[in-house]
Design a protein around this ligand. Structure first.
Ligand code: NAP
Length: 250
């Protein structure tokens, strides 16, 4: 019987995941089908009570990365530390659900592939303090990063994350140093007219910007003008999806 996988979120129509996963299934001649499950939070419990017998795995996106944890039988240490699950693997025999997080691994793979930055010695600024920021901070911890500052619009959240990951919180107004790597983990850039989340004076020819957003943004445009290195969020999306593919089909 065809094994079903898919993306669970709300909304999901914009997602590039079905194209990626179904492309791999076709290329490798696998009897799998990747579908889109657009489920609002109010219908999440019903969705999990009616999972089809041939469902093998799910990619989880906004706004369910935290909420799905209540339906899992087991979860990885990364899911527990990050507090968010972006991948569910279902045991086809027992029906039990295991939670994983491939976002942090996908980001690490992408940054290694797209830059020569030494994360353990680089000066790094993380902007944002939501679920994606936590995955990046976890990745930075795994990579032994030692000089990491966190900033966020709601500064109290940056302070809380700095405490959890033993990094430093810095408000944007008090920053007067340059960073080798700046990571945009905010949702700024999703909308075409969003402003850049990174102050222009922090972007020089020596700066590398890793943006989690993968549509064209104001930040990308400024990087081009300033001669900075810009790494688009598509690389992370692709690398984390490759890891999900391995988990779903192994
Ligand atoms: P989230 O939990 O909702 O967090 C959003 C973050 O953006 C918060 O820090 C929030 O600050 C900040 N923010 C929102 N609007 C802002 C504004 N107008 N000005 C300044 N800061 C603002 O979302 P998330 O799950 O962390 O995801 C963040 C982004 O990463 C999303 O766009 C998502 O699509 C992207 N993402 C990409 C990948 C990939 O593979 N490329 C993977 C995961 C996530 P406050 O705390 O002050 O609200």
């Amino acid at each position: 019987m065809t094994k079903i996988t898919g993306i669970l979120g709300h909304p999901v129509a914009h997602s590039k995941s079905p194209e990626l996963h179904n492309g791999w299934y076709q290329k490798q001649n696998l009897d799998f089908d990747y579908q889109s499950f657009d489920v609002p939070s109010t219908k999440l419990a019903q969705f999990f009570s009616e999972l089809p017998n041939n469902l093998r795995g799910l990619s989880i996106t906004v706004p369910h990365k935290e909420n799905v944890r209540q339906f899992l039988s087991t979860e990885s240490e990364a899911v527990q530390t990050i507090g968010a699950c972006n991948t569910i693997i279902r045991n086809l025999e027992t029906g039990s659900l295991h939670g994983e997080n491939t976002d942090w691994q996908g980001w690490l793979a992408a940054i290694k592939q797209q830059s020569s930055i030494n994360l353990s010695t680089a000066t790094i600024l993380v902007i944002g303090a939501g679920g994606a920021a936590k995955a990046i901070l976890y990745a930075l911890k795994q990579a032994d990063a030692s000089s990491v500052s966190i900033t966020n619009r709601t500064f109290a959240k940056a302070v809380q994350l700095a405490k959890q990951f033993q990094f430093k919180a810095q408000s944007l107004s008090e920053i007067n140093n340059q960073f080798e790597l700046i990571i945009n983990c905010t949702s700024l850039g999703l909308k075409a007219d969003d402003p850049s989340p990174v102050p222009q004076e922090l972007i020089t020819q020596q700066t590398t910007i890793s943006d989690l957003i993968y549509t064209p943004t104001k930040l990308e445009q400024i990087c081009q003008e300033q001669g900075a290195t810009y790494i688009n969020g598509y690389h992370m999306l692709l690398e984390q999806a490759k890891l999900q593919h391995k988990l779903f089909t192994s």
